[in-house]
Design a protein around this ligand. Structure first.
Ligand code: FMN
Length: 126
């Protein structure tokens, strides 16, 4: 399972480093990369103008068909806007919203996400 993500301030990047998994950080330069393996997207929460490279990636080639779900990274102080970017992606592309965490994630968040990944991998193999 690959982790596809973007990061503006660096929180999501630090979270992904803690996962110690194969990953790809999206930027303006590589947003249209074609992928041919299952992935989970981690989306930090910002206005759509700042996160549209995530949409570009999902809409490239058959990329969406490999998406196993999306995880939101945000800040609970935004209340009802907490992790809306990941929620919108889940709705717009009909993929599961797997988990949400704040900032660079706690040890427990790392553990939970690893469990979710293992569960999806096991489901895919039966
Ligand atoms: C300008 C700005 C707007 C943000 N808006 C939201 C928001 O609407 N909802 C939310 O949950 N978090 C919001 N956040 C928090 C970020 O999504 C959060 O800090 C995240 O960890 C940033 O990820 P990054 O460091 O990888 O870019 C905002 C942060 C900034 C700087």
């Amino acid at each position: 399972m690959k982790i596809i993500y973007m990061s503006i301030i660096g929180n999501t990047r630090r979270f992904v480093e803690k996962l110690e998994m194969d990953s790809l950080e999206l930027s303006e330069v590589n947003a249209f990369t074609e992928i041919h393996e299952n992935f989970i997207m981690i989306a930090p929460t910002y206005a759509i103008e700042m996160t549209d490279i995530l949409n570009d990636f999902l809409e490239t080639d058959d990329n969406l068909s490999y998406c196993q779900g999306v995880i939101g990274a945000g800040n609970r102080n935004f209340n009802e806007l907490y992790c809306f970017t990941a929620e919108d992606i889940a709705l717009d592309y009909d993929v599961p919203l797997l988990y949400r965490f704040e900032f660079q994630g706690s040890d427990n968040d790392v553990k939970k996400v690893k469990e979710i990944v293992t569960e999806i991998e096991n489901t895919n193999y039966v």
